[in-house]
Design a protein around this ligand. Structure first.
Ligand SMILES: [Fe+2]
Length: 337
């Protein structure tokens, strides 16, 4: 889909929050608050607004009680109030559904926002204004569980990775890393606005679906501690993959599934990408270090399972099969990093 002429893209600052629909708020609270250590900033009858210790804004994760588990929307913060209206005009010019959500009518704590269904079929919000919150980084007395510092990124399953790459390039995102075939066909890409490896990544798979939300800790021992706590409570079935070291991003990681099956990655130790001539690092799809630097195989559920996404009226979006299937690629030692 072409970038509209004379219709500048909004200036996106960073991935800001995800809003997940969950079917049992008490069970979700156990997972995200008691086990992962998210702080409850605001609690209503049917929603929890959560944030990490590094976050000075109202929330980075919202859990909303619903009959169906799904992604309500991912949300990006933009640089100025004018960029909110710029987002509305940009997606309207792309022919996408666009809805203006005034302050007080949408998610608690967020000012005027625009919600769209983007060309990839994802519900995406753009906002500038959000309530500020107390600094917790040195409130060590409040740090619990995985000691989550902040939201880091969204990972989305989309059947057509080149289309996703082009769409996010149009929004001004840089590309830190890719996974490519021998003919440079694109299997996956990591794209950023803030100066880290990514704000959003694309995993090939049936989509549109949410693959995972990535949340950052400060230190790798917190990733190990998270796995130890789930093991100690005989809740090890929530651990899906890892802990391990990614080739892509260099991050130390573990993937968990929440009580509804929503996937979260606990993530730390990626790198700076802010120089203007930062070059994309390209992994060959046959290099079995790309997804785990130590060569541990990726389990099937990680490639095949993901969360459905809702449209602007709360209806699950239909999904299409992937074009390129990375899970079917034979790994071996012939690939180069
Ligand atoms: Fe991730």
């Amino acid at each position: 889909m072409a970038v509209p002429k004379d219709c500048p893209a909004p200036d996106v600052v960073r991935s800001a929050y995800a809003q997940l629909a969950v079917t049992d708020l008490a069970a979700s609270r156990w997972f995200w608050v008691d086990m992962l250590g998210f702080h409850v900033q605001c609690e209503t009858k049917d929603a929890l607004h959560l944030r990490g210790t590094d976050e000075l804004t109202h929330h980075s994760l919202v859990l909303r009680q619903n009959d169906v588990a799904a992604l309500d929307h991912i949300s990006y913060r933009v640089r100025t109030p004018e960029d909110v209206e710029r987002a509305a005009r940009y997606f309207d010019a792309l022919g996408c559904p666009v809805r203006r959500v005034p302050a007080g009518k949408g998610t608690n704590g967020v000012g005027d926002a625009v919600r769209v269904v983007d060309p990839l079929g994802f519900p995406v919000e753009f906002f500038y204004e959000i309530e500020r919150a107390e600094r917790l980084i040195q409130r060590y007395d409040l740090h619990r569980g995985a000691q989550i510092a902040r939201l880091d990124h969204f990972n989305i399953c989309t059947p057509d990775i080149p289309a996703a790459y082009e769409h996010y390039r149009g929004l001004g995102f840089g590309c830190s890393e890719t996974i490519e075939g021998d003919e440079h066909e694109l299997y996956a890409a990591w794209m950023f606005r803030k100066q880290t490896v990514h704000d959003v990544a694309f995993t090939g798979g049936a989509g549109p679906q949410l693959h995972h939300v990535g949340v950052a800790t400060h230190e790798s021992h917190q990733v190990l501690r998270t796995a130890d706590i789930f093991g100690a409570l005989h809740a090890e079935h929530h651990i899906e993959r890892g802990p391990g070291r990614h080739g892509v991003s260099n991050a130390f990681y573990v993937y968990l599934r929440d009580p509804d099956g929503h996937r979260v990655e606990i993530y730390t130790s990626d790198y700076y990408t802010g120089d203007p001539d930062h070059e994309t690092y390209r992994w060959n799809v046959h290099d079995d270090r790309r997804r785990d630097f130590w060569g541990n195989a990726v389990i099937e559920s990680w490639y095949k399972e993901a969360s459905p996404v809702l449209d602007l009226d709360g209806v699950p979006q239909p999904i299409s099969a992937t074009i390129l299937d990375e899970s079917a690629v034979k790994v071996g030692a012939d690939g180069l990093g």
